[in-house]
Design a protein around this ligand. Structure first.
Ligand code: NG1
Ligand code: ZN
Length: 531
């Protein structure tokens, strides 16, 4: 049965703030850091139950608010294979977080145990970490109280990146099996990435300027640098992880994507002809950029990464003589630039899914090699188990085929198979640029982005906006979709959609058209329509 004495005693130390409603959204719980104590405590309870459900397999908990402002924080659960929490449990998370009192919380726990058929006699193991946010340490203590209440075995990984936490969970749960993923410590992560990178790189490229968003990525990138420095030298900027107020502020992947500008801190640092990149606050998003010889800024987002990487993998599969057996596909969301979709559709099957990493991840699993990237720079490449088997056992008929197979296998080691990972993706981009002998300008010229605009509008009730067709159309309010259609028709190359955000209390409008001034006009007219 449930250890009620411990739960009641500890729950009373973490009362739910009155009048607040929490929701487990596409990125877990996310809000102002200082009101999350009760949520963390309850996530501790839930993670323990989830582990029991899997007969004591390790569940991950990451405390982060990613690219959000420094004052925000959040928490998400990671399933045994290092993937996002299964959707059906998101509902349990939300109902636990919103139980108004300790006694209602106990009722919810009993309900979950019954509905999810949890055997409470099973052990539970939870591995957790946080990013560098100032509210993180106290929130981890609340989480630990939840784990303690349930008698879970705890493993604290301290301050680390989101993708490393996912990596560790997968390693712990596959240890000693034929799917063993790597050593279950940070050193194992850096070794795995750097060994694969060394196999794939022939000669050192010029140093890479990296904006670490003043977040945990700065710590991880420093360690990575020690492993790969002989081949690729990372020049790290925005590494002030203990200075108050600077996290994601005027820097980082989200800044670059939303402003389409170079972070001011890199002015004069990035020289004409050089490439650089930005991580976000928990190092799971990556944006590249460059200055051309005329000092013009160019941005290389998740769509450009998907184009670069998928065409490279398609060529390797051909060179391996395996294009009949291995289907490479790409998964995007509606935010992918229309030019990228057109470019990709000529080369590979492309699927569009709703926003949220889990949707992309699951769709990518349907391909032999599934490439998925959100335009904002979150993404990875998944190799299916049967594809890995094929690559390991296939007898190549030529030395060229043998090389291509070795390179594909090395890529499967280099690329984080659990979740988008800025550091792993950065190494991947560097490998492809080196093999193609591409400069950033050449990479950027694969296709030309259509001018686009993303705006957010605060509306009285975003719940009224209901979408269909991978969020590209509104079912409700009906008249709004009719007016969007009428407006979009007036613009050459026009495309637009409206959807409620899953992480903020706003409605997002995305618009695209052939000409920049027209996009701005279209976007501002659409803002009038949704309100
Ligand atoms: P919402 O707030 O639902 O648009 C945002 C990003 C997503 C994803 C999630 C999770 C955009 C337009 N939306 O979702 O792509 O990254 O946050 O962090 O970038
Ligand atoms: Zn992130």
């Amino acid at each position: 049965s449930l250890p009620l004495d411990a739960i009641v005693h500890l729950s009373d130390l973490h009362p739910k703030p009155e009048g607040k409603t929490f929701g487990y959204g596409t990125a877990g719980f996310r809000t102002t850091g200082n009101i999350l104590g009760s949520v963390l405590f309850r996530v501790g309870l839930l993670a323990s139950l989830r582990s029991k459900k899997f007969d004591g397999k390790t569940i991950g908990v990451m405390v982060t608010a990613s690219h959000n402002p420094e004052g925000d924080n959040g928490v998400k659960l990671v399933d045994p294979r290092g993937e996002m929490l299964e959707t059906s449990w998101e509902t349990y998370a939300t109902s636990l977080a919103n139980a108004a009192t300790t006694s209602k919380l106990v009722d919810e726990l009993r309900h979950i145990v019954a509905v999810a058929k949890i055997d409470l006699s099973k052990p539970s193991r939870v591995l957790y970490a946080r990013d560098t946010r100032p509210s993180g340490a106290a929130l981890v203590q609340c989480l630990e109280d939840g784990l303690r209440a349930m008698g879970a075995q705890r493993r604290n990984e301290g301050v680390t990146t989101t993708p490393i936490l996912h990596y560790l969970v997968r390693c712990v749960n596959t240890k000693g099996t034929r799917d063993e993923y790597g050593d279950d410590n940070e050193e194992g992560y850096y070794d795995k990435l750097s060994n694969a990178f060394k196999k794939l790189m022939a000669k050192p490229p010029p140093p890479l300027i990296m904006d670490c968003a003043n977040g945990v990525g700065a710590i991880a990138a420093q360690k990575l640098n020690e492993h790969i420095g002989s081949i690729l030298q990372l020049k790290l900027y925005n590494i002030a992880t203990t200075t108050s107020g600077v996290l994601n502020n005027g820097c980082g992947a989200d800044y670059v994507k939303t402003t389409q500008r170079l972070p001011p801190s890199l002015h004069g640092v990035l020289k004409p002809g050089e490439r650089g990149c930005s991580l976000d606050g928990d190092a799971d998003r990556l944006m590249y950029f460059y200055l051309d010889e005329e000092n013009n800024f160019g941005m290389l987002d998740g769509d450009k990464i998907a184009a670069l990487v998928s065409s490279f993998i398609v060529d390797l599969v051909k060179n391996a003589g395996l294009d009949k057996q291995i289907e490479v596909g790409v998964v995007q969301t509606a935010y992918a630039n229309g030019s990228s979709t057109r470019y990709l559709e000529k080369r590979v099957p492309v699927r569009c899914v709703p926003t949220g990493v889990k949707h992309l991840h699951h769709a990518a699993e349907h391909f032999s090699i599934g490439v998925y990237f959100e335009a904002n720079g979150h993404g990875t490449v998944l190799f299916s188990p049967s594809t890995l088997d094929l690559l390991r056992t296939h007898e190549p008929s030529t030395p060229a085929q043998e090389t291509a197979i070795k390179q594909l296998l090395a890529l499967s080691e280099l690329i984080n198979q659990t979740v988008g990972d800025a550091l792993s993706d950065m190494l991947l981009v560097e490998v492809v640029l080196a093999h193609r002998a591409f400069t950033a300008v050449e990479w950027d010229s694969l296709y030309t982005d259509l001018p686009n605009r993303l705006v957010k509008v605060v509306v009285p009730s975003r719940q009224k906006f209901i979408t269909t067709d991978a969020e590209r159309r509104l079912v409700e309010p009906k008249e709004v979709q009719a007016r969007i259609d009428a407006l979009v028709r007036k613009y050459d190359g026009g495309r637009a959609f409206v959807r409620p955000s899953g992480t903020e209390d706003v409605v997002r409008i995305y618009a695209e058209a052939t000409l920049r001034p027209q996009v701005d006009e279209l976007a501002s007219r659409l803002s009038g329509v949704v309100y």
